[in-house]
Design a protein around this ligand. Sequence first.
Ligand code: ZN
Length: 256
Amino acid sequence: MEPVVHAIFEPQTCTWQYIVADPSTNAAVIIDPVLDFDQARNTVSTKSADALLSLVEEKGYTVDRLLETHVHADHLTAAKYLQHKLAKKGQRPEVGIGKRIGGVQERFAERYDIAREEYEGAFDKLFDDDEVFHVGELESKAVHLPGHTPDHMGYLIGENIFSGDSIFNSDVGSARCDFPGGNAKDLSVPAFPSPSPTPPPSTDSLQTTASKQPPSSSPFPRTSRSTPATTTRPRRRAPRPRPTPPSPSRWRTTST
Ligand SMILES: [Zn+2]
């Protein structure tokens, strides 16, 4: 069984966010939700996050996890805001990220003089490489995809891997690797899992949704990260995604 995938574009920070649900149970995860960050005005709002909550409510999903692919400097996560809002409805999903996040936090904390107590324990779940978890009845896996940042993870759910900033739309260029700990060689050969022993589906069944990210960075390191994501079948090398133009409407929702 394949998940229902809602791909939602946040235009201010050019971020793709995903709600991924098990159609048999309506259990869901939200991948890389963001706050609306206006870098020019240095303001933040929750308009996009509130829209995610509206979609969750409309579909009747129960959000079990909020998944971050990585942390870096030019997107602000909405995970804690969503966790707080969902907790009021009795759901309180855990916020998960890769186990290497501690090293990234320490690097930024030293650079920007952030006290340890401000970031320690910020995440509820630290995924091991290839750790298996479930979205409802869908077996899923956390996959280490280093290069963009050293902690970067992808999430394999059904036949889709949500690869965060490891892959960009082709019109934007290759994913950047100029953040602290980034590595172009690691990025060029992502650590996608070994092919399944079972025959893969035909090419026609593949779904690719890519996104783009502005090239600039910002001096705001805390709990921020950028989130273009791609859903595609796992491969040894990063596929070249087909560009997907942003929807004319603010919220783009697709399902598979
Ligand atoms: Zn990023």
